[in-house]
Design a protein around this ligand. Structure first.
Ligand code: ARG
Length: 410
């Protein structure tokens, strides 16, 4: 990844305001004698001790950036990345709703856009060499503009630990917000990822302080609550009958789910780089919305579509997780996913109760459910006499094979 010192004159740094990227800001200027432009994206993350986007900008300026960009990407992130994830019921290995994964290609896209606008030779980011995030950012950036270099100081610099970074920061007058931070976290409006410290021991139960968004399910209200989510062609468009933008839907569902302890996830995850890692997440809105979407989709699709959609969803999810957002297979799969979703219109009621999000009711003009056919009451239109012939043929080969196997055993 690293380039020869000297040829890089201007660098766009993906800047979070935290310790890693603050040290980087200074280090890049020293190492390359380059001008640095910082870029901070608003993906709906909570800023905590970082204060505000203005405070992050001020910090970057204090550390000598030539220019700073704060870009509000909440709408683009939701419409172009989160909504496709909902339509694909995107749960990596059945658990993780891809919240961090889908943010990365968007960050790479905007870093490249800024680099092109500003005539920068390189972008730089704060990913380690062990994770998925480097794969996602680097693949996307290199696809969008192969001429712009991607620098990864955490891999190239001499500092090997957080303690050494704190030393470096002190030496260079870099303000430190939280030197004793235990966990590595990443946040956006679709979820919060938390790693490191005791979480690296899979045999230990994650401590309460690894969670920041959700109420402990044991302490959540006994009554729980039911939230009604409306969908239009697979896009969530209303909450409790109030029509709103998908961003607002996510915010409203987040609040309801979080106060009921929904969305705490614990996962032994297979990373793209081959490592198994212990990950914890809080994804209250994602868990609730995907459960609701999946239920409504299943309600309007044939059993053949439902079976095939599971395969397509899994493949889409793996591509997104593995950082291959730019691969044309994603578009190909989305053509199918979007076609299926033209019928995913209606509403779903989800009961949020002590950590669980359970779908309890749904309705759709495209439902393949038919009361008259399904009812056990008198007057059903389903011809029960037709079943006998169907069963005869349906089980034909299976029955024959069973009998042959039994005979062979004697
Ligand atoms: N394992 C998750 C993923 O690959 C989360 C990564 C979180 N990143 C972080 N800096 N804590 O999507």
């Amino acid at each position: 990844m690293s380039s020869t010192t000297g040829e890089i004159k201007k660098i766009v740094l993906l800047y979070s305001g935290g310790l890693d990227t603050s040290c980087m800001l200074r280090w890049l200027q020293d190492k390359y004698h380059a001008k640095v432009i910082s870029f901070t994206a608003d993906l709906g993350q909570e800023l905590g001790e970082k204060g505000s986007f203005k405070a992050i900008e001020d910090k970057a300026k204090l550390l000598g950036v030539e220019k700073h960009y704060t870009v509000d990407l909440k709408e683009e992130f939701t419409n172009e990345y989160v909504v496709p994830t909902i339509k694909a019921n995107g749960l990596y290995q059945g658990i993780y709703p891809l919240s961090t994964a889908i943010g990365r290609p968007l960050l790479a896209k905007h870093a490249i856009l800024i680099a092109e606008k500003e005539g920068a030779d390189a972008i730089a980011h704060g990913c380690t060499g062990k994770g998925n995030d480097q794969v996602r950012i680097n693949v996307t950036a290199k696809a969008l503009n192969p001429d712009i270099k991607v620098l990864q100081p955490l891999v190239d610099w001499e500092m090997g630990s957080r303690a050494e970074e704190v030393e470096y920061a002190k030496k260079h007058g870099i303000p430190i917000a939280n030197a004793n931070k235990k966990y590595s976290t990443d946040e956006n409006l679709f979820g919060r990822s938390c790693e490191c410290d005791v979480l690296e021991h899979p045999e230990e139960i994650p401590p309460e302080d690894a969670c920041a968004w959700t109420v402990n399910p044991a302490k959540a209200p006994d009554a729980g609550e039911v939230v009604k989510i409306g969908f239009e062609k697979g896009v969530p468009v209303s909450v409790n009958d109030e029509v709103m933008s998908p961003v607002k839907v996510i915010e409203a569902v987040h609040k309801a789910a979080a106060r009921n302890g929904v969305g705490r996830l614990e996962h032994m995850e297979d990373r793209t780089v081959g490592l198994k890692s212990r990950e914890t997440y809080e994804c209250p809105a994602a868990v609730t919305l995907i459960a609701a979407h999946k239920d409504l989709e299943k309600y309007v699709c044939t059993k053949h579509e439902n079976s095939f959609k599971t395969l397509v969803d899994q493949r889409w999810t793996e591509l997104a997780y593995e950082g291959l957002w730019v691969d044309p297979l994603r578009d190909d799969l989305e053509a199918f996913i979007n076609e299926i979703n033209t019928r995913v219109t209606g509403w779903v009621k989800v009961q949020l109760l002590k950590g669980n999000a359970r779908v309890v009711a749904r309705d759709s003009p495209y439902a393949l459910y038919n009361y008259k056919l399904a009812t056990y009451e008198l007057g059903s239109t389903f011809d029960q006499k037709a079943s006998a012939g169907f069963i005869e043929i349906h089980g034909l080969q299976s029955r024959m094979a069973f009998q042959l196997k039994k005979a062979a055993k004697k």
